[in-house]
Write a protein that binds this ligand. Structure first.
Ligand code: LLP
Length: 455
């Protein structure tokens, strides 16, 4: 299985029979689907916490006692997740006033929050300062001016970092590659715009420039990409110190470690990776003769992705002989737009494996390969691009009413969900301790969807 929290277990069913069922976080997915209905987002709270701890402990161990990771909450943003981040002592990365509002609702101490985004509005800046956001990660010239203006009006000195583009192509899919020179984000070191904006920010009386941020992309598996970007950033930091006397206190390397969506995806040893990044930073700083800055990273996907699973109910199975097969489920691109947007891979599993050898004995000894059925798992939206996954192998007897699970949906599913076709968003049910489950986000109602419509 792609993650240890996914297992198949034999359970007894009526008439003295048994079947193998999919368990997630130690809980029976068929029973969860019955209890809460489908489509349903599940989140394994224990896994979220375990993922946070891997980062947190590695940061402490290798980057110093004051270093800690920030959860990139765009990956999955809802009140309960900020409560968990607060309990786990994680910093957070926010990208909108909506995320900030949610974090505040959760009682999260936003003086530990970093406010990102390439186009913060005047409202975002004022709302952020009003609520005591710790740090703004300034993206561009206009933003530096706007932050200076607002901080001056409030008579405060706002802590901030500057976002730079180190010029790295992470060889990931283009839409999430953001550290390249031609990115919409940040200021390129290569074109000297990074230096110009640094001088400009340093000169602002109401901005306390602490250092620099970069983010090279998402779903990154590349061997030493973080080391490479850190090296480029530290070269820049040395230049700012030697040419302009600017001492950098913080270096934030952004997010991006990849997760396993399918069996072929590699496994990343996060602790080892962080130790390697820290070693490389320490060595580069020594070589350059500069102080080691406080290091941050902003994992999103690798904190929540494998803690998530989506359950659907199969509605129809369509076989077009000589062409293609479809299995339609009761969700789709509104709850998971990632295949439609990026062609993202997912592992789809049926939650019940009916044991056919006990099913009146009729399939006994049958060739196993003939049992598999290659199909496209599609949603219920009124468009052909509403696909969750192509070339999925399901048991041949898949039928209406079966529960189908899509694994690793904890990141960028709920947070990117829409009401396309006026389909209500699924609830988020948290699982913990192997048997406890509770609703963290309610299922949307039709009233919720039409709430802002004026009659
Ligand atoms: N920090 C910054 C500044 C970011 O822009 C991002 C992601 C992260 C951290 C977290 O990266 P992660 O660890 O999650 O890879 N919707 C796309 C992903 C977009 C990522 C945008 N930025 C997807 O579904 O794959």
């Amino acid at each position: 299985m792609i993650c240890e929290n996914i297992t198949m277990k034999e359970v007894s069913i009526p008439e003295g029979r048994s079947e193998t069922r999919l368990f997630f976080a130690g809980q029976d997915t068929v029973e969860l689907a019955k209890k809460y209905g489908t489509p349903l987002y599940l989140m394994d709270e224990d896994r979220v916490r375990a993922n946070c701890r891997v980062y947190k402990e590695a940061f402490k161990k290798y980057c110093g006692p004051d270093a800690y990771p920030l959860y990139a909450s765009k990956a999955n943003s809802f009140t309960r997740i900020y409560e968990i981040m607060s309990e786990e002592g994680m910093g957070i990365d926010l990208v909108s006033s909506g995320e900030l509002f949610t974090a505040i609702q959760a009682g999260y101490d936003v003086s530990r929050a970093y406010f990102h985004g390439n186009n913060k509005t005047d409202f975002d800046i004022s709302y952020g300062m009003e609520n005591g956001v710790g740090y703004f990660v300034m993206d561009n010239w206009e933003e530096v001016e706007a932050i200076e203006r607002e901080a001056a009006a409030r008579g405060i000195k706002q802590k901030a970092l500057l976002r730079l583009t180190p010029g790295i192509d992470p060889h990931t899919f283009e839409a999430v590659a953001t550290g390249k020179v031609d990115s919409k984000f940040g200021n390129a070191i290569e074109t000297r715009q990074a230096e110009e904006i640094t001088l400009f920010a340093m000169a602002q009386p109401h901005i306390d420039l602490l250092g620099f941020h970069c983010h090279i992309g998402s779903q990154i598996f590349g061997e030493d990409l973080f080391e490479k970007s850190a090296e480029i950033m530290l070269g820049f930091i040395e230049k700012m110190e030697k040419s302009h006397g600017f001492k950098t206190a913080e270096l934030n390397l952004g997010g991006g470690y990849g997760v396993r969506y399918v069996e072929d995806d590699p496994h990343i040893d996060i602790e080892k990776k962080i130790s390697q990044v820290a070693d490389s930073i320490n060595k580069t700083c020594e070589d350059l003769g500069i102080q080691v800055p406080l290091v941050h990273m902003e994992p999103g996907r690798s904190i929540v992705a494998d803690a998530g699973m989506t359950l659907y109910t199969v509605g129809s199975v369509k076989r077009i002989p000589g062409y293609k097969n479809y299995v339609s489920v009761d969700g789709g691109m509104p709850d998971n737009p990632r295949f439609a947007l990026y062609g993202s891979k997912y592992t789809c599993l049926l939650a019940e494996n009916r044991d056919k050898s006990k099913d009146k004995g009729k399939d006994k000894g049958k060739d196993k390969d003939k049992d598999s059925f290659v199909c496209s798992v599609v949603g219920r939206c009124c468009e052909s691009g509403d696909i969750i996954q192509e070339n999925v192998n399901l048991p041949n007897d898949v039928r209406r009413g079966d529960i189908l699970a899509v694994c690793t949906t904890g990141a960028y599913n709920y947070s990117m969900a829409s009401n396309y076709n006026r389909i209500p968003r699924p609830p988020i049910v948290m699982l913990r301790g192997g048997e406890e489950n509770y609703i963290a986000v309610k299922r949307e109602t039709f009233e919720d969807i039409a709430r802002n419509d004026i009659k």
